[in-house]
Design a protein around this ligand. Structure first.
Ligand code: ADP
Length: 163
């Protein structure tokens, strides 16, 4: 598949939210193939293990025929090279996201000049939504069923009942 047709959507996805899912759906319509790649990074002290995040992502991308799931560690540019991809997708929720995302995109361009970062704006209805907020609300017993896929809501409840 030509490199320009594959887009990598990297992130922590700890856990995936409806905001991530909205972006995946938009990308699946715009690109031939989307790889949702979760980062193996324990320094972020994730709530879900990489295996759990991969399982949740696999379940939520199942309806899309052209979306696959993977994990990576180390530099995103090295991972993109290894997958033969030249496009990275990131979501922008608010102007506050943009500053950090721009820095990262420019650093990645420096490291791998042929790599382009594409930004897709978040759906207005999910623009306030983050994995961190979902975890906080869920930990305190709040209702999260409208903002995450059902498999994620179930796993969040399980996690917090065990904590
Ligand atoms: P990271 O730790 O790499 O920021 P996240 O899982 O928090 O990982 O986010 C991955 C990508 O998804 C980022 O580009 C982020 O801006 C985007 N994103 C996160 N939440 C939403 C949302 N509600 N709507 C659209 N994009 C989002």
């Amino acid at each position: 598949m030509p490199a320009q047709k594959i887009v990598i959507y990297p992130g922590s996805f700890d856990p995936p939210t409806n905001g991530h899912l909205d972006l995946i759906e938009r990308a699946s319509k715009a690109f031939a193939h989307v790889v949702v790649a979760t980062l193996r990074n324990d320094s972020k002290r994730p709530l879900f293990t990489v295996a759990e995040r991969l399982e949740m992502l696999r379940e939520v991308v199942e309806p899309f025929g052209n979306v696959s799931v993977d994990s990576f560690e180390g530099l995103l540019v090295d991972y993109a090279r290894s997958r033969g991809a030249k496009l990275i997708l990131r979501g922008i929720r608010a102007i506050s996201d943009y500053e950090y995302e721009l820095q990262m995109a420019l650093m990645n361009r420096k490291l791998y000049p042929e790599l382009e970062t594409i930004f897709i704006p978040a759906a207005e209805s999910y623009s306030y939504l983050s994995s961190r907020l979902v975890k906080e609300v869920s930990a305190l017993g709040g209702e999260i069923d409208d903002v995450v896929p059902p498999t994620v809501a179930r796993r969040l409840r399980e996690k917090h009942s065990k904590l």
